[in-house]
Design a protein around this ligand. Sequence first.
Ligand code: ADP
Length: 189
Amino acid sequence: MNLILFGPPGVGKGTQALRLAAAYDLLHISTGDMLRAAIAEGSPLGRTAQKFVESGGLVPDDIIIGLVREVLERLPEEKKGFLLDGFPRTLEQARALDELFRELGIADVRIVMLTAPEHELIDRMLRRGIEQNRKDDSAETIRHRLEVYSAQTEPVKAYYEKSRGVKMADGLGAVDEVTMRIEREIGKP
Ligand code: ADP
């Protein structure tokens, strides 16, 4: 089984992704983590991505699609599948991903969307900004990320509703509780 974890910034995708990847034995692919690692390293990718990530914008589609392609082309045999966290974030990414799935013969992809009210997302990101010192978790940048989400990422939900279907899970409440809700939607490991 392969999973795409989808939802607004701050909804808890990263937290849930780690738990689900462990429980279902999936390779966790977080484009946000990959970009932050590249920025910390100062690699060419990091130098290109830095201004987009830190301002709360999106890294250009061709760069991020190339990055995901490299990972999907070399999936480790020992894992039962993969979990995409933070990708796709635009319609163009979603279309490219479908093409990639076709090319690589990847089937059984389930999409889970996590939800939470906007004020909760903002509170969580502000808290994370302090705890983890993430530059994109400042008040102004958070506002911009939520706008980018509505304009560019939200349409991906309708795209998947028309094809694969989207399983919804409420992201409010204790971390364990949210994990259980997702497991109920996709079936126990
Ligand atoms: P969050 O979901 O909390 O916003 P992420 O760690 O998923 O955090 O992403 C952080 C930032 O990394 C995004 O705001 C964006 O700049 C960049 N990024 C991550 N994934 C993508 C993607 N698929 N396409 C473009 N940019 C991305």
